[in-house]
Design a protein around this ligand. Structure first.
Ligand code: GAR
Length: 211
């Protein structure tokens, strides 16, 4: 049974998608051990509590330095003995020591087709603002492993979403979530939980049929 920590900062709709997929069997062999937020007011924490999942907040604001926060975040996660860390809208830079300790065991959902509209400064609505400003006709979402860079790790899964005339960043964000994020994130977790994913030469390989 794959034990997962889900890290969140906001509304937690991706967390909800993971919890629903575990409940209805689209994700097998996995359980959420803990949900951790950097923000006490994150609605995601309530979603976890409502499902009886352990949840906790650790905020950089409560620490004297970023280094002290990083240490505490890592020891908190270590204390839950998880096999996989899922960043589901977690808007904090992952400390290098965590990336080293959990190599190829941290995944992130990003709301664009990487390598477009990703990297420093591209998070949440800003990603969709960038896509609309550039006038792309398709966008989408990406699940990738987390490495030392920002949105540079091996890509596990991507799904395209149409951009429509009249889209606002909010409308596009919602469509990308509904049509891509809430599908590919649970699916990628299921692949990992069932031993179907390896990383070779910086690329993620998924065994068996995809889709
Ligand atoms: C999601 O759209 C996720 O892809 C994005 O934040 C949102 C969180 O929503 N993540 C990033 O932009 C990471 N760079 P949620 O809290 O409802 O799941």
């Amino acid at each position: 049974m794959l034990k997962i920590a889900v890290l969140v900062s906001g509304g937690g709709t991706n967390l909800q998608a993971i919890m629903d997929a575990i409940e209805d069997g689209r994700i097998s062999n996995a359980k959420i051990e803990v949900v951790i937020s950097n923000n006490q007011n994150a609605y995601a924490l309530k979603r976890a509590a409502d499902r009886g999942i352990k949840n906790s907040c650790i905020s950089p604001k409560d620490f004297e330095s970023r280094e002290a926060f990083n240490q505490e975040l890592l020891s908190k996660i270590n204390s839950y003995n998880v096999d996989l860390i899922v960043l589901a809208g977690f808007l904090v830079v992952i400390p290098p020591q965590m990336i080293a300790a959990y190599k190829n065991r941290i995944i992130n959902i990003h709301p664009s087709l990487i390598p477009s509209f990703c990297g420093t400064g591209y998070y949440g609505l800003k990603v969709h603002e960038g896509a609309l400003l550039r006038g792309v006709k398709v966008t989408g979402a990406t699940v990738h492993f987390v490495d030392e860079g920002t949105d540079t790790g091996p890509i596990l899964s991507q799904k395209t979403v149409e951009v429509k005339e009249g889209d606002t960043p909010e409308i596009l964000q919602r469509r990308v979530m509904e049509e891509a994020e809430w599908e590919i994130l649970p699916q990628a977790i299921d692949w990992i939980a069932n031993g179907r994913v390896t990383v070779e030469d910086g690329k993620a390989i998924v065994k068996g049929s995809v889709g």
